[in-house]
Design a protein around this ligand. Structure first.
Ligand code: FNR
Length: 391
């Protein structure tokens, strides 16, 4: 080592892991927005267990394996990815940072992966298509209003989105208590204290007032200022529990490209989805935001992968916060993972650059782990690379 020091004015290092980005994000956005990002449904048991269930597994270390140049490539929905981690759809991303969905998409493509654009995005389908270099994927809620659903599918197709992710775990909106307690309802309820809390995050408040990226622009296509509440109302009025298999059949018949169904936990549902012609499933419980007390996704994954993995692409999301978590998910049968909150932490903490940094950290962690596990390619991961931890 050559001698000498590097000199910095403060000792604060940039976040080194996803948890560091989480802490930074929590300092940057007002409590109302933070509650929206972080909270789960009801008791938040599933939210917590999505994370803790990864501790049920140990990674197997192997030595003297000459593992160099670890290969992380995979293919999802016909798109080659350089990283087996894509960005999950997150609604209202513009509340975290004005770069919003466009920042998520640009960071994903810079990182060799893709984003699933939420129906409830704060940049419209067309804005994201115009602002990006690669073709991304679109998430659709099967709205009660078929004309609205059809128009979103058409707009996504015409804008070049290549795959459709139909989210089926929101027949009703989950009971998210932290959100409700902090006034993130319809309309959001402001109090002098909440306004002051926002003002105390001047960087966020300034950008919010300047860019106002909180309108769900797909739902009020010409909407700009003043229509945020109106757009969220369109969304909530169109949520319906009155959707069934025939609706999925109808969506399948209207969409030519790859179709994934997101929000599947039961292998019987996964099988039926694939029988109906879906190309893949996302094992997901919506990040613990919908039905509380369901299984954590990493527990549900093996049975789904076993049932349909030979004829459909199986993805998983929920609680993935490190390269080690990604390795476990892939070993248990996922072709790739999606990350929701980690991407939003990056966005809130540093805009598109923050998201890219979170994805870089996950990549580095995964490469380092696979090197020490003696696994040359993430696609080779299999159950024998793991040991169950004693319960
Ligand atoms: C979501 N999620 C979600 N899913 C979806 O299909 N459409 C959506 O609009 C949203 N919106 C949304 C907002 C926020 C703030 C969060 C945190 C999540 C769920 C998301 O796609 C994904 O399933 C979970 O986020 C995965 O869990 P982790 O990675 O956040 O633990």
């Amino acid at each position: 080592m050559t001698g000498g020091f590097r000199f910095r004015l403060t000792g604060r290092t940039p976040p080194l892991d996803v948890e560091g980005w989480r802490r930074r994000a929590g300092r940057r956005v007002p409590p109302m927005v933070w509650a929206y990002i972080e909270n789960g449904a009801d008791t938040e048991r599933t939210l917590g267990e999505n994370r803790s269930a990864y501790r049920d597994w140990y990674l197997n270390q192997r030595v003297l394996t000459r593992t160099t140049d670890v290969d992380l490539t995979t293919t999802v929905a016909g798109t080659r990815l350089d990283l087996p981690v894509a960005v999950a759809p997150v609604g209202l991303a513009g509340a975290a940072h004005w770069h919003g969905d466009l920042g998520l998409a640009r960071a994903a493509e810079r990182s060799g992966t893709r984003m699933v654009l939420s129906s409830a995005s704060t940049y419209s389908i067309e804005e994201v298509a115009r602002g990006t270099d690669e073709r991304h994927w679109f998430q659709l809620y099967p709205w009660g209003d078929r004309a609205l659903t059809a128009s979103l599918m058409d707009r996504a197709r015409d804008s070049g989105f290549t795959a459709l992710f139909v989210t089926v775990d929101v027949p009703v909106y989950g009971n998210r208590l932290r959100e409700r307690r902090t006034g993130m309802g319809l309309p959001p309820t402001l109090t002098p204290r909440r306004v002051l809390q926002a003002a105390l995050r001047p960087r966020w408040a300034y950008a919010y007032l300047r860019h106002r990226r909180t309108t769900l622009r797909n739902l009020v296509p010409d909407g700009t200022r003043g229509t945020a509440v109106e757009s969220v109302t369109v969304q909530s009025e169109n949520l319906t529990a009155d959707i069934g298999w025939n609706d999925l059949e109808w969506i399948r018949s209207r969409w030519d490209g790859p179709l994934f169904v997101k929000g599947v936990l039961h292998p019987d549902d996964a099988e039926r989805v694939v029988d109906l012609g879906a190309d893949g499933v996302v094992v997901s419980n919506h990040g613990g935001r919908q039905l509380d007390a369901v299984q954590p996704t990493v527990r549900a994954l093996p049975a789904v992968a076993q049932r349909v993995g030979h004829r459909a692409e199986v993805l998983v999301d929920g609680g993935i916060r490190s390269g080690a978590d990604v390795a476990v998910a892939l070993a248990l049968g996922a072709r790739a993972c999606l990350v929701g909150r980690p991407a939003v932490y990056g966005l809130a903490g540093g805009g598109a650059d923050g998201v890219a940094e979170v994805l870089r950290i996950l990549r580095e962690e995964l490469v380092r782990n696979l090197t020490m596990m003696g696994v040359a390619a993430s696609a080779d991961l299999a159950p024998h690379h793991l040991t169950p931890a004693p319960r």
